[in-house]
Design a protein around this ligand. Sequence first.
Ligand code: SF4
Length: 382
Amino acid sequence: MAIKQASTKEKVRANFTVPDYYKNFICKGGDCRDSCCVGWKVTIPMDQYFLLHGLSCNKKVKEKIDRTFRPILQGTPEKYAEIVHTMDGDCPLHKLDGYCLLHETCGEEVLPWVCRYYPRGPRIDYAHEASCANSCEKTLELLFEKEDKLTFETKELSFLMTKPAKLPDQEHKNLYHKTRTEIFTILTNRDYLLYERIIHLGRYLKAIETNIDVKYGDLDLIINEHDESVDESYQILWELLDDFNGRYKRLSEQLDEAKSFYLLKDVNATYKQARDKFDQTIVKHEIWFEKMLINDLFFKQFPFQNNFQISDQYLALCGTYVLLRYISINLMYDKSTLEDFIDITSKSFTVISHSEFDKLLASLMKRYNLHVSDNLAKIMQF
Ligand code: SF4
C-alpha cells in the first residue's frame, strides 16, 4: 500500500463543456502506434516529484520510480523534474503490455498530473472546459469518425487541479463565450475554403479590436486570388522552417523528411505531384484540417491564451495551418491511408500543442514579414 503526501491540487467537480467525441475517449494502451510514454519529453512539477520520492511501496518498484524521475538543472517549481527514458526512448515504467507500472502498483492518485490526465486538458478560468489534445492518435481517430462539424456538450467531470489565483470577471467570461462562438462559426462555414475562413477570422479579430459587437455578417468576405508561385512560397517557407530546425526533435524529423523530398528536383512540378496525390488519397482533408484546428483552438483557449497578443495567436494559427499542410502533402506522398495521415499530424501536434511553438512561430513569421496581410494570404493559398 502506497503512502501518499498531500498534493497542492484540489478536486474540482463541475459541469464542463466538452467536444462531442470526449465521452468516447479511451486510451488505446498497448494498441497505440505512437504511445505518449515513448520519446516524449515529459516534465513534472516539484510537488509531484517529492510525492513520488516519498512513496512507500514494493522496494524494486520504488527503486525504478526513483530512477525514472530526475530533477532538471535550473528547474522551476512547475517544471522541476523530467522522465529519464530508456535507451529506446521508452518511459522505464511503461510495461510491455502497454500499462503503467506506477499506476498498477501505487494507484491512479500518485500518477503525475500529465500522465493521469493526458490527453485531456481541463480549464477552469474563463469557463469550465475540457478537451483532448490532437497529439494523441485516439483523439484524431475520434475526430475523423464523422464529417459533421465539431459540436460541444456538457458533461459532469472531476479533476485534481490548482485553482487560478485570480479568476476573470463576469464581463470577460461573457466576452470569451461570445468571441469563441463567433470564431467557431467562421471556421466551420463550409461555403468557403478553409484558408478563406482563416482569412475571414483574421478580419474578424482585427474588427473586434475597435468594436466588440462586430458580427460575422458585417465582414468583407472577398479575398483576392494570388498567382501560384510555388518556388517563391517554398523559399519563404523553407527559410522560416529552417529556423525551427533542432529546436523540436519530433518536428525537425518531419521537416527534414519533407524538405529532402525536393532535393535536386523541380520544386513546382514536385509540389504539384505531391499535392495531387494528397488530394486523391485524403479526399476529405479540408474537413479533417478544420476539425483538428478547431479542436486545437478549443484546447488552447484561443484567442485568450496567457501573455500572448491576439494578433500573434492568429499568426500562429495561420502558420500552423500552412505547416500542417506542408508536412502532410509531402510526407503522405508514399503513403495512402487515413491512419498514415493521423500518425503524421498527431506527431506534429506533439510539438504544436505542448510547447512554446506558437510563440516562436508567430515571432518568426513577423521576422519574415508574413504578418503583412498580402504575404500571409499568399502563403495560405498555396
Ligand atoms: S497517445 Fe493517446 S492512445 Fe496512445 S497511449 Fe497515449 S493517451 Fe493512450
